[in-house]
Design a protein around this ligand. Structure first.
Ligand SMILES: *[C@@H]1O[C@H](CO)[C@@H](O)[C@H](O)[C@H]1NC(C)=O
Ligand SMILES: *[C@@H]1O[C@H](CO)[C@@H](O)[C@H](O)[C@H]1NC(C)=O
Ligand SMILES: *[C@@H]1O[C@H](CO)[C@@H](O)[C@H](O)[C@H]1NC(C)=O
Length: 377
């Protein structure tokens, strides 16, 4: 705890220096985090004072009925999620996330292609959110990869918003929040473009998944997993944010994603540990994924060398042939300042259990607080 507080003070100082250079900024009102069962902490143990919105992941799409369902193993924890996280922070709002990276993308495409199946999805999702006490719903369809699927997504979102508004009018409750987790850029790599106009009109915000730019499973060299600025390969959080804005998504509906994990690589040569080095495969785990708190343990147990690169805004560490790219406190602090400068709606973390004694979350909250204070001056 003491070391967390020292971190915070140190980064308050750094944040303050960079904040002094800001001319215009906007208060961000989403400090979000995703949680899923078996991630390492229970919902009750999330330090929800550090978040405005928590995403409970994942509800599933039943491919045969096109209805959104919560698996029986998750039924009790999901039903208790909102009351569990509100114990420490009664004003935190919760969203039930649907889909996710390992869900069946074919089933989402099939559901979204027909009006009757879209209606099954929409009606069941709204009923499920209400019966389980969530304040909103979050669609994680990874990914619509053709123009046709993007068109279906636009229709789905428009109808979702219409039905959510109708349900609010008839129930007398606040309308459910609607968000979607999306590719870091509106231009999906398969050359399909997101239906930005329909998204802006229908969603409260988008969660831009501005990470996984380099990983041992899909890259040809090492590189920063979540660079804010282009390290030389044409991919960065900033490139994505600017493309979303240029495509018509208002900045104040964009929420920037922060990875609370890293990607670990086995270097081909222990002496070649800068970005874009050759590697032979994943390190640490079968796919090279390692959460931030385990990166911190790895660094201290192996006396690993840590490097923060302020040009790309990313950190890495290495020891022998093990090389890990991740976001540290300085990365988070700089990205929160960036989000303020761009007038974004805020940031979210995947995923809250990756944090180390809440240091990353506290850095985000603290930087945002300083930013907000300066903006009001
Ligand atoms: C939760 O975060 C708050 C705000 O930073 C902090 O004061 C508190 O100690 C944290 N609680 C735990 C259990 O880490
Ligand atoms: C994915 O969904 C489609 C139906 O849309 C189904 O045909 C297919 O079997 C599903 N795949 C898996 C792995 O469940
Ligand atoms: C930071 O990364 C960029 C892009 O790879 C590189 O050109 C630069 O030399 C790095 N800076 C430091 C201090 O390592």
């Amino acid at each position: 705890m003491a070391s967390s507080n020292n971190h915070i003070l140190l980064f308050l100082f750094f944040s303050f220096l960079s904040l002094l250079q800001i001319n215009s900024c906007m208060a961000q009102n989403v400090k979000g985090g995703y949680w899923f069962p078996n991630s390492g902490i229970t919902a009750s143990n999330i330090n929800s004072t550090l978040f405005t919105h928590l995403f409970c992941a994942f509800a599933d799409l039943d491919a045969s009925t096109n209805q959104v369902v919560i698996s029986s193993t998750n039924a009790q924890t999901f039903a208790a999620f909102t009351s569990d996280v509100q114990q420490k922070n009664p004003s935190v709002e919760t969203l039930l996330s649907i889909g996710g990276g390992s869900s069946n993308a074919t089933a989402f495409a099939a559901m979204a292609s027909q009006s009757s199946s879209r209606k099954s999805f929409i009606d069941s999702s709204i009923a499920l959110a209400r019966s389980n006490g969530f304040h909103g719903l979050d669609l994680d369809w990874e990914y619509p990869d053709t123009d046709e699927k993007m068109t279906s997504l636009g229709l789905l979102l428009q109808e979702w918003r219409t039905m959510a508004a109708a349900e609010a009018a008839s129930s007398g409750k606040d309308a459910l929040l609607l968000s979607a987790a999306v590719y870091y850029s509106p231009h999906y790599w398969s050359h399909a473009d997101y239906p930005v106009t329909a998204m802006a009109a229908s969603l409260d915000w988008i969660n831009a998944m501005s990470y996984d730019f380099f990983g041992p499973g899909w890259s040809s060299t090492t590189g920063p997993l979540a660079a804010l600025y282009d390290p030389g390969n044409g991919i960065s959080g900033d490139i994505g944010v600017r493309a979303w804005i240029q495509a018509g998504m208002p900045a104040e509906q964009i929420v920037l994603g922060f990875p609370f994990y890293g990607h670990a690589f086995v270097l081909s040569n222990a002496n070649d540990h800068s970005y874009f080095a050759p590697f032979t495969g994943p390190a640490i785990s079968s796919d090279g994924t390692i959460v931030y708190n385990n990166i911190k343990k790895y660094i201290s147990q192996n006396s690993a060398t840590t490097v923060y690169n302020s040009t790309v805004v990313s950190a890495y560490c290495y020891s022998g042939t093990t090389w890990i790219s991740y976001d540290d406190t300085q990365t988070i602090s700089t990205k929160v300042v960036y989000a303020g400068e761009k007038g974004l709606k805020g940031y979210f973390a995947w995923h809250v259990a990756g944090d180390d004694d809440w240091v990353l979350s506290q850095t985000g909250e603290f930087t945002r607080f300083v930013l907000y204070t300066i903006c009001k001056v």
